[in-house]
Ligand binder design. Structure first.
Ligand code: B16
Ligand code: MG
Length: 227
């Protein structure tokens, strides 16, 4: 019998909406205040990574910035989040990336469950602002996991909560760390973005507008002997 996935687990930032850009701008503002700078190329490695891990990677750019106590680092991370919250204040349903709502509807029509697998503590609030919360059967955000991406826990937590075996899951991600997490969970990975960062995805599309439900299912079925 042809195998059909039972759930799609969506990353949030960079997949459902382009908050990845706001994370970049907020980190850049903090970095400038600390006298360091980084570009979009460097930012690729921050995608999907937790707030504190991102700060550690930024501080590592300058060896003289290794002296912060954990309390001071908490304050820096909070300051970045304040910049980020200002940037996302105006987020509304028009900020849903192209193709995403059609894909969610296709999930519903095919009775394939929908979960969120995000590293962001702000994820539930952003889903609400986008008006998408009602589509989701289960939400995993940073508060539900101990180990962030590239550890598979974000994705396995969603599957476990829904009682679905990992090979029956499709994960959608824009980050290298997230695709690695999906693969490690023994799920089918859909990468959204650039082959330079996401060549390890089972199936890669350049942007969300290229996501087509039937195509993802076809690619999943081609690869499913792996599972
Ligand atoms: P917050 P995702 C991730 O979300 C972002 O990609 C990453 O850049 C961010 O540092 C992380 O969430 C934590 O976000 O500071 O809002 O808790 O891509 O996994 O949906
Ligand atoms: Mg992301």
């Amino acid at each position: 019998m042809t195998k059909f996935p039972k759930v799609f687990i969506y990353d949030l930032d960079g997949v459902i909406t382009d908050t990845a850009e706001f994370h970049f701008l907020a980190w850049q503002k903090l970095a400038e205040e600390l006298g360091i700078s980084f570009d979009r190329q460097f930012n690729e490695q921050l995608k999907g990574i937790s707030r504190m891990d991102s700060l550690d990677r930024i501080l590592a750019i300058d060896p003289s910035l290794q002296t912060y106590s954990s309390e001071e680092k908490e304050k820096l991370a909070t300051r970045k989040n304040e910049y980020y919250l200002e940037l996302i204040e105006a987020v509304n349903p028009s900020h849903i990336l192209p193709g995403i709502e059609a894909l969610l509807l296709a999930n519903k029509e095919a009775n394939v469950k929908i979960a969120l697998g995000s590293a962001s503590k702000n994820a539930p609030a952003i889903l609400d602002k986008l008006g998408l919360t009602g589509y989701f059967d289960y939400l995993v955000d940073a508060s539900k996991v101990e180990k962030g991406k590239p550890d598979p826990e974000t994705f396995t937590t969603a599957a476990d909560a829904l009682g679905i075996a990992y090979p029956d899951c499709v994960g959608l991600e824009d980050s290298a760390a997230g695709v690695e997490a999906i693969n490690k969970a023994n799920m089918f990975s859909v990468g959204i973005g650039d082959a330079a960062h996401l060549s390890h995805a089972d199936y890669l599309v350049t942007d969300t507008a290229a996501l087509v439900f039937e195509e993802i299912i076809g690619q999943y079925q081609k690869k499913s002997p792996r599972f």
